[in-house]
Design a protein around this ligand. Sequence first.
Ligand code: CS2
Ligand code: MG
Length: 408
Amino acid sequence: MKITDAKVFVGGPGKNYVTLKVTTDQGVYGLGDATLNNRETLPAKYLTDYLIPNLIGLDPRRSEDIWQLFYRGAYFRRGPIAMAAIGAIDMALWDIKAKLANMPLYQLLGGKSRDSALVYAHATGADLEDLMDSVAAYIEQGYKAVRVQCGIPDMPTASYATPDAKGGTEPFITDFSGIRPKTEIWDSEKYMRFMPGALAAIRDRFGPELKILHDVHHRLLPREAAAFAKEVEQVGLFWLEDPTPAEDQDALALVRQHSTTPIAIGEVFNSIWDCNKLIEKELIDFIRVAVTYAGGITHVRRIVDLAGQHHVRTGFHGAPSHSPISMAAQAHLNLWAPNFGIQEYLVLGTPACDTLFPSDHYVANGMQHVSEAPGLGVDFDEAEAERYEYKPGSHPIVRLEDGTLWNY
Ligand code: CS2
Ligand code: MG
């Protein structure tokens, strides 16, 4: 069996998805996602210029050897661009293999460990009252877990993932406003004075059952993160996410030392070497890698297995930057992983997105249900894809009030 062609498509409704389609001499094709948010053209070029010319002619069933070829063979290893490109190929080869086996992909991983997977939605508000309304709306829809992000009083601009005005929704991470980023102003002291009380008020309002998650989004210093995690201990968060940048994995020991608040980190990681210390030293409770950014199913499975040896559960990233293809791959991993925790889920399902990526994966009552179709259980409409093209967009940058460049 041989790979005969591979094509890359960049674009989509409201988002620059980077979709890979790998075709074989037996007519079976596989799909992969290389969407690196706001840098989409780079994994696309890595695929077209470097990986695809070396993929043609190979046996698609040799997914492990192909992964090693593109990881070790690069010489310059790792990094989000290369790992997203490798991830897309890996997803496509797993898709092909499962189609050949005429099985939904989770069967090749080891079958079901559960029949459906818990997801969490994103509640947001310009102020606490607005946020409470957003939380109530998701509970009404049956969600059992909700991430809460709130506008901070006296903050000069809206904060991460919060609307400019009441009733607004989370700003989309790519607004196609061009490659020059907007600027958000941040003040950790204002955040630390307000947010713990807001989280406690949400707990008081909605009771002990609701799984409450909060994303600090890398904004605090390790000491501040330790103090924050300690102060919210009684709120009983399901997790506190990215409390401090984790390039310095050891810094999380300070947070662990001062609090039992569960910690979730990993969405910006692209290999096991970004998180092995966090896992082996048990400094986190949830690993947040994304199947696209972290090299596909083959590599993420290794991270999940390492995490499973250290009481760390999965909490795969699933922001609107993710394509239905990577969300499908994660859905299969969620059904298999013995140490599954939760899946981030933003309602991607706009009619235009569903038309581009037909699938019968679905979420109901806060639970993700996986397609029983052979393979990933998602397709790609090439004719529909012709309607879209790449449009530059960027994350905001963040500065402190004195102009210091900070963490987005
Ligand atoms: C966020 C992401 O979903 C999350 O937890 O951290 O939305 C993140 O802001 C984007 O993926 C950045 O591209
Ligand atoms: Mg996050």
